[in-house]
Design a protein around this ligand. Structure first.
Ligand code: SF4
Length: 290
């Protein structure tokens, strides 16, 4: 819970503030960029919410913040913001909110399907979120893109009895119990509408998930940069091999999708699969210069 005593001096005066426990995960800035701005290595309230929509979005940021670093001076009713998660993105895909400090605030996603729901990377196992996911049919498959964003995977597996999927190259002591371990570099069909595509680079076992040839869940492999207005990859956070990550990105050119839904970085919706491919080609060329 945020502390007014530890309020960052960069916040503008008013009800909302960020305190010094902020880890600069970018979640609040992505949820309400008109209120939360980027500081040196933190976020701060650069403009107080001016209308009900901004206030609601700011409260959603408060709920989603992994470290409880966002607070309000007055007593705010966060219940509508809590109930807003999972938040619809498009069709049957939602953003879970409730990010976890264990995965540095990485975003996770819920796909609601008649064949069984899929959770992509693990959010914080907060009761309101877990109960809402249960109300929506629970989780059949928990797809873990890579070793960093597994957060409360064990709690979700215990609650829903879901199968967890992770590449064997990214299994660590905390994920030894994962039910299905992928191997090799070839794409694996998990269901007729779900393909796991190994994408080593950020980590050795990083894997992305393609749903219905439309939504690509990219973990920490690929995201949108609002600054460059282009698809991007994180050279400074490439823990395994940048050249491997470039090769993995080149292989993605063989797949069709319109959405990029990452763990870190901004999401992106291209007007068409062809337009997304053009953006991806530009990203590959940019990566070769890094
Ligand atoms: S969501 Fe929380 S931890 Fe992340 S940047 Fe905002 S205030 Fe900081």
């Amino acid at each position: 819970m945020a502390s007014i005593a530890r309020r960052l001096t960069e916040n503008v005066p008013g009800d909302f503030y960020v305190d010094e426990t902020c880890i600069d995960c970018d979640t609040c800035r992505r949820i309400e960029p008109s209120v939360f701005l980027e500081g040196r290595s933190f976020s701060y309230v650069g403009r107080q919410p001016e209308n009900e929509r901004q206030k609601m979005r700011s409260l959603m940021a408060l709920v989603a913040c992994p470290t409880g670093s966002i607070g309000t001076v007055s007593r705010a009713d966060a219940r509508p913001a809590i109930a807003a998660f999972p938040e619809p993105v498009a069709e049957n895909v939602s953003f879970c909110g409730f990010t976890s400090p264990d995965s540095f605030g990485a975003w996770s996603w819920l796909i609601e399907r008649p064949e069984g729901n899929v959770l992509v990377d693990s959010p914080r196992a907060a009761n309101p979120l877990v109960n809402e996911i249960e109300r929506r049919g629970g989780v059949s498959l928990l797809f873990l893109t890579h070793r960093d964003d597994v957060a409360d995977h064990a709690q979700f597996a215990k609650r829903f009895g879901c199968e967890r999927v992770l590449h064997e190259r990214d299994v660590t002591g905390g994920t030894l119990g994962v039910e299905r371990k992928l191997s090799g570099d070839a794409p694996v069909g998990l269901d007729p509408d779900l393909v796991a595509i190994p994408a080593p680079g950020h980590t050795r076992g990083h894997t992305v998930l393609l749903y219905r040839e439309k939504f690509l869940f990219t973990g920490d492999h690929l995201a949108w940069s609002p600054r460059r207005r282009a698809l991007t990859a994180f050279r400074d956070a490439c823990w395994y091999s940048w050249s491997e990550q470039i090769r993995s990105m080149e292989r993605l050119l063989d797949f069709r999708f319109e959405w990029v839904l990452p763990g870190h970085g901004w999401r992106y919706h291209a007007p068409s699969a062809d337009a997304m491919r053009n953006e991806l080609e530009k990203c590959v060329n940019w990566m070769r210069t890094r």
